[in-house]
Design a protein around this ligand. Structure first.
Ligand code: ATP
Ligand code: MG
Length: 419
C-alpha cells in the first residue's frame, strides 16, 4: 500500500479523554476514531491490524478442530428467557423491540444462541465432540466504558462453545483450548500468564484466564517465581506467599484479561433441554465448555506491552505492515525509482510493505520518520541521498537501532533481518 493513498490521520495532540497509553497511541496513530462512549471506528490501519489478529486466532482454532460459524448480533430475548439470564444480566444487556413489538437483545455473549444452534442439529453421541466458534461483534452496555479498545461497549470477541457426551471429554477439550490459546498468544509475541480464575456467577467447575502482563492491567494476579502457576487475586488472596503447586515464592503483578476458558458442565444445556441420545439410548444434556478471547482488546494489550515514548511498537505478527519504505525526498527521481523497485520486490516475496511516497510540501522526511515511530511498524528502510552511493538505512522500530545497508542484494539482506 502507498501512504499517499491511505487514510492515516496521525496527530501530535493527545485526545482529551484518553489516559491509557494504548488508547492515546491508537487514536494518535490513526488506528481508531471515537464516535461515542465505548464506540470506535476502525480506520484502515486499525482494520488491517484487527484482521491480522483475528486471522491468527482463526488459524489456531481451525488447527485444533473447531468449526467457525456466524450468528446474528441480534438475538430474540426468548432464548435468554430460557436460561433466566434475561433477568440476571441486568443493564449491560441492551434490549429493544422490532416493529412487531418482539423483544430482542444485542448479543453480549452467545451461550444461549449457540446451544440453540446445536440442539437443532446434534442428536446423537456419534456427532460429538463438537466445538463451534465465531469471531463477531458483541455489545455490552458497560457502566464505565473507558480506556479505548480495552473496555468498549461494542467489541470483537472470539467465542467458542464445545459440546461433549462426558465430563472427561470436556476436560480434554479444555486442556486443548488452553494449549491453543498459548499458541495464539505466543504467535502474537505477547508476554502472558495463564491464571486460575473465579468461576463466578456462571458456575461450572474450572476456569482460567489469559493475562497479558502490563502495569496498566485492571486485574491483580499472583504468579509463582519458580513455575508457571498463577492465580487471580479473586481466588488466591494477596496475603498468600507460597505457590500451592510447587512451593515456590508468589509475587503480585498486573494483567489484562485477554482470554477466558471455562468448564460449564450442563448449566445451559439443562434449562434449554439441549440433549443427545447416548450409547445406552438415554437422552442426556450436553456437557459444555466455553472459551472467549477479546480480539479488539488484544490490540490495546499488545500496545500496553509494546510501546515507547515515540509511539507503538507492534509485534511482527500483529503489525499492520512489516516494513515501511520511507522515501526521504519523493520528488527525487532516483530515490523514488529505488523505492518503487524495493517495494515491488518485497511485495513479490510476500512481505507486507508500506511505501511512504508522500510528496506534498508539508510531509518532509522528519514527518515520515515521526509517523513511522508513532504507527510502530517493526522495520523501516530509508531511501535518501545516500542511495546514489549505493546505500540505504535500515531501522528496527524496537530500540530504534539504525544500520547502513548496501543496495546490492538489498532484498536478501532485508529478508534475513525479517526472519
Ligand atoms: P472483564 O472482567 O474484563 O469485564 P469479562 O469477564 O466480563 O471481562 P468475558 O465475559 O469472559 O469477559 O468475555 C471474554 C473476553 O472478552 C474477555 O476475556 C475480554 O478479553 C473480552 N471483553 C470482555 N468485555 C470487554 C469489553 N467491554 N471490551 C473489550 N473486550 C472485552
Ligand atoms: Mg471473564
Amino acid at each position: 500500500m502507498r501512504f499517499s493513498r491511505m487514510l492515516i490521520p496521525t496527530t501530535k495532540e493527545t485526545p482529551n479523554d484518553a489516559v491509557l497509553t494504548s488508547h492515546i497511541l491508537l487514536l494518535r496513530a490513526g488506528f481508531i476514531q471515537s464516535i461515542g462512549s465505548g464506540l470506535y471506528n476502525f480506520l484502515p490501519l486499525g482494520k488491517i491490524t484487527l484482521d491480522k489478529v483475528r486471522q491468527i486466532v482463526k488459524e489456531e482454532l481451525d488447527k485444533a478442530g473447531c468449526n467457525e460459524v456466524h450468528l446474528p448480533i441480534v438475538t430474540p430475548i426468548t432464548l435468554w428467557e430460557e436460561t433466566g439470564r434475561a433477568d440476571k444480566f441486568g443493564k449491560e444487556l441492551l434490549r429493544f423491540k422490532d416493529r412487531h413489538e418482539n423483544n430482542f437483545v444485542l448479543s453480549p455473549t452467545n451461550e444461549e444462541a449457540m446451544v440453540n444452534l446445536v440442539r437443532q442439529t446434534v442428536k446423537s453421541y456419534k456427532q460429538l465432540p463438537l466445538n463451534v466458534y465465531q469471531i463477531n461483534w458483541k455489545f455490552r452496555d458497560e457502566v464505565r466504558p473507558r480506556f479505548g479498545l480495552m473496555r468498549g461497549r461494542e467489541f470483537l470477541m472470539k467465542d467458542a462453545y464445545s459440546f461433549h457426551a462426558t465430563t472427561e471429554d470436556m476436560e480434554r477439550e479444555f486442556a486443548l483450548m488452553e494449549e491453543t490459546y498459548k499458541k495464539i498468544f505466543t504467535r502474537l509475541g505477547l508476554a502472558f500468564r495463564v491464571v486460575e480464575a473465579d468461576s463466578g456467577a456462571i458456575g461450572g467447575a474450572g476456569s482460567k484466564e489469559f493475562m497479558v502482563l502490563a502495569d496498566s492491567g485492571e486485574d491483580t494476579i499472583m504468579v509463582c517465581d519458580a513455575c508457571d502457576f498463577g492465580a487471580n487475586v479473586e481466588v488466591l488472596s494477596e496475603d498468600e506467599k507460597v505457590c500451592p503447586k510447587c512451593g515456590g515464592g508468589l509475587s503480585q503483578t498486573k494483567g489484562i484479561e485477554a482470554g477466558h476458558i471455562f468448564q460449564l458442565g450442563t448449566v445451559y444445556s439443562e434449562p434449554m433441554k439441549a440433549e443427545f441420545l447416548d450409547e445406552d439410548q438415554k437422552l442426556k444434556p450436553f456437557v459444555m465448555g466455553t472459551y472467549g478471547i477479546g480480539v479488539s482488546r488484544l490490540l490495546a494489550g499488545i500496545i500496553e506491552q509494546n510501546h515507547d515514548e515515540n509511539g507503538c511498537v507492534w509485534t511482527k505478527e500483529s503489525a499492520p505492515f512489516l516494513v515501511d519504505i520511507i522515501v526521504a525526498k519523493a520528488k527525487n527521481e532516483e530515490q523514488m525509482a529505488a523505492a518503487e523497485k524495493l517495494y515491488a520486490e518485497l511485495q513479490s516475496k510476500g512481505v507486507d510493505v508500506l511505501l511512504d511516497d508522500r510528496a506534498d510540501k508539508k510531509t518532509g522526511f522528519g514527518v515520515k520518520i515521526k509517523d513511522f515511530e508513532l504507527i510502530g511498524i517493526p522495520y523501516a528502510v530509508v531511501i535518501g541521498n545516500d542511495v546514489s552511493e549505493g546505500k540505504v538505512e535500515f531501522i528496527t522500530r524496537d530500540g530504534l537501532q539504525k544500520e547502513s545497508l548496501s543496495t546490492e542484494n538489498l532484498v536478501e539482506q532485508i529478508l534475513e533481518k525479517l526472519a
